[in-house]
Write a protein that binds this ligand. Structure first.
Ligand code: 6R9
Length: 649
């Protein structure tokens, strides 16, 4: 294995990709953005706030006197739905497509901004008729269909914060969130299509409602037409109530700090956190980053965030950012392999998608299936590729660049969290020379760093904790109903500095490498190692598609490394030889200390809705415990498969 990259190479990349000249010449964001923001950070954000139409202009950019709760664009009033919809229609862009909707089974709808205005207005009128008022929380549990966006924007229009619950979550996850948030109104659908079959949503809501007597109404969109139970006192069909409403609705302007939505983040342990975002700062953050990082040209681009709306990535980059910028997006309901494994590339070809944003887990899945599949489609419309959700292994980054981007598209690895609201660390595609696996630099206006235990900046090359040293517009304002936990989780490690909970390092050039959650750091005989480094070494082996590493208790070494590996299909016959080969590979790539105690070949890995590997469940397997809470898994059957594998081996 003499060709294997060493750990030095893995985190100090020699492969550097400057932006293509042509791309740089037409890019939205030029290098001077950094200087402008550094010279006058708040002035820079005030400038970005011009992307938004304010009903009443703000008088103060930032009020940080009540830290850590920031107030941005104080005194300003605006309506988020007006900014995402009405103003584009008023500007003569009513015929521009807002969404190309593609159902999993191939049904399609084209929704222009004028259509969106009508649908959102009708939905807002319906919610008003049903007694939803400003400040009320509304839960949305839907498939990926246009009505999900209509519902979110109708809530925003009324100033009723929405809480979207991922359509894969269980009834208990719904009940927990509904109760925590004091929801009295739920919007759902009979079902949605997933892997070629209708999956039930209303039935899951029904079960949750047994535990939630305070919910007054459940509004149900008909999507699949499947049989459902009906409670006459509570349930209403969307088409009965919404279709007969007036197509006009006058939006009210709300305070810049009016709550826009609450998004629950499961975290690795404990009760989900209700992350609160407010209106003005969030819209400024999402529209600015969508412009700068994705280089959006709303007249010509077809933009696709291939992620779920129930993940913050969907909120910021399927709904609010792209719509605030008047962009045309693809909205795809289904999975990447239904009805065939070329589904995404067929969609790129069909709609001439120019910008694609997805998670590393999807890229590794495509690597596993092989390059021949995307090669069958015309992907020449693509001009920019983005990644989000996990550290992207350098080999996955290279594969994405080559086999999807034709070696022509800049790749932006974007680091951010639900708490952040919008991208904080990322290359600027026309400016930054990128390195595979690095999220590169904090965006203009963002002041991030890596701290040691004492709160000092680490020396280049050293690891530490990722922090943000100055407030930013789209930051969370609190955890719903739990200010104490908000302060403790994010603001207690270092005074007045946001603690992200991720491990990171800054290389000799000053570029950031995010290494994964601090909770996942391994400690083998006193050596601290990140899961990302060992996983990237494994993924760099030509037979490996995906890998997850955990530290399992070990009497000798404190922790021992246990790896779970998915092989590429071309190498799938597996066997002991592969396991030995991979152990040797890690040993020579990183060193004997990183050699896994065991490697288990698995068909799949446990992942959240956003494709994050849930290492805590694998740790349970490795330490031979009963497996913990699986309610936030995208597919809970995966753990059964893995455990079956363990008991057979
Ligand atoms: C947007 C989103 C946040 C956590 C974050 C980190 C991981 C996200 C990443 C990344 C390395 C990237 N993460 N993007 N790690 N490189 N480009 O994912 O939000 O679901 O709240 O997760 O995801 O660990 O702390 P969220």
């Amino acid at each position: 294995m003499t060709n294997s990259p060493t750990i030095e190479e893995l985190s100090h990349e020699d492969r550097i990709f400057p932006p293509p000249e042509e791309f740089a010449a037409q890019a939205n964001a030029k290098a001077d953005e950094y200087d402008k923001a550094a010279a006058d950070r708040l002035g820079y954000w005030a400038e970005q706030a011009k992307r938004i139409t304010w009903d009443t202009p703000f008088d103060t950019v930032l009020d940080w006197s009540d830290k850590p709760t920031a107030q941005w664009f104080v005194g300003g009033k605006l309506n988020a739905a007006y900014n995402c919809v009405d103003r584009h229609v008023e500007n003569g862009l009513g015929d521009r497509v807002a969404y190309y909707f593609e159902g999993e089974s191939g049904d399609t709808r084209t929704i222009t901004y004028a259509d969106l205005l009508r649908e959102v207005s009708k939905a807002a009128n319906a919610l008003t008729e049903l007694g939803v008022k400003t400040g009320d929380r509304v839960a949305i549990y839907m498939p990926m269909i246009p009505e999900t966006v209509f519902a979110m924007l109708a809530c925003a229009r009324l100033g009723a914060p929405h809480t979207v619950i991922f359509g894969g979550f269980s009834s208990s996850a719904i009940a927990d969130r509904v109760k925590d948030c004091g929801v009295e109104f739920v919007i759902t659908a009979d079902g949605g299509y997933r892997k070629g079959k209708p999956s039930g949503l209303k039935s899951v809501v029904d079960e949750a409602m047994e535990d939630c007597p305070e919910v007054r109404n459940v509004l149900v969109v008909r999507r699949t037409g499947q049989d459902i139970d009906w409670n006459d006192d509570r349930d209403l069909w969307w088409h009965d109530v919404v279709d007969r409403q007036s197509e006009t609705h006058t939006p009210e302007a709300f305070d810049s700090e009016h709550p826009l939505y609450i998004m629950y983040s499961s975290g690795t342990t404990g009760k989900p956190k209700g992350i609160l975002h407010t209106t003005g700062g969030y819209l400024v953050g999402t529209s600015f980053t969508h412009w700068a990082v994705f280089d959006i040209k709303p007249e010509t681009d077809v933009y696709w965030t291939a992620a779920d709306i129930g993940w913050v990535t969907g909120h910021s980059y399927i709904v609010y950012g792209p719509l605030a910028n008047g962009a045309t997006s693809v909205l795809y309901e289904g999975t990447p392999d239904t009805p065939h494994r070329g589904r995404w590339w067929e969609i790129v070809e069909k709609y001439k998608v120019s910008i694609l944003y997805c998670a590393p887990t999807a890229i590794r899945q495509f690597m596993k299936w092989g390059r021949d599949i995307p090669a069958k489609f015309d992907l020449n419309s693509l001009r920019l590729l983005g990644s989000v959700g996990e550290p992207i292994n350098p080999e996955a980054w290279m594969w994405y660049r080559e086999h999807i981007g034709g070696n022509r598209c800049p790749v932006v690895d974007t680091w951010w969290q639900t708490e952040n609201g919008s991208i904080l660390i990322s290359p600027l595609p026309g400016v930054t020379a990128t390195k595979p696996g690095s999220a590169m630099r904090p965006l203009p206006g963002i002041v991030a760093d890596v701290f040691d235990d004492e709160g000092n900046s680490v020396e280049p090359g050293n690891g530490g904790y990722l922090v943000v040293k100055e407030p930013w517009p789209s930051m969370l304002r609190t955890l719903w109903g739990d200010e104490e936990r908000f302060q403790k989780t994010y603001w207690s490690q270092y005074p007045e500095v946001y603690f992200a909970g991720d491990g990171a390092k800054i290389d000799r050039d000053g570029d950031f490498w995010v290494l994964g959650r601090v909770d996942d750091v391994l400690n083998v005989s006193g050596h601290r190692m990140s899961t990302a480094e060992i996983e990237s070494a494994l993924v760099a082996h030509p037979k490996v598609a995906e890998a997850a590493v955990v530290g399992a208790q070990d009497e000798m070494t404190g922790q021992a490394i246990e790896a779970f590996v998915i092989l590429r299909e071309s190498a799938a016959d597996g066997g002991d030889d592969v396991v030995a080969e991979l152990r040797n590979h890690v040993r020579s790539a990183i060193g004997p200390i990183a050699t896994p105690r065991s490697i288990m070949l698995v068909p799949d890995l446990p992942k959240t809705r956003s494709g994050k590997i849930m290492r805590r469940l694998l740790k349970d397997v490795a330490e031979k415990r009963e497996v913990g809470d699986v309610t936030t898994l995208a597919d809970s059957s995966v753990m059964d498969l893995i455990q079956k594998g363990v008991s057979e081996s």
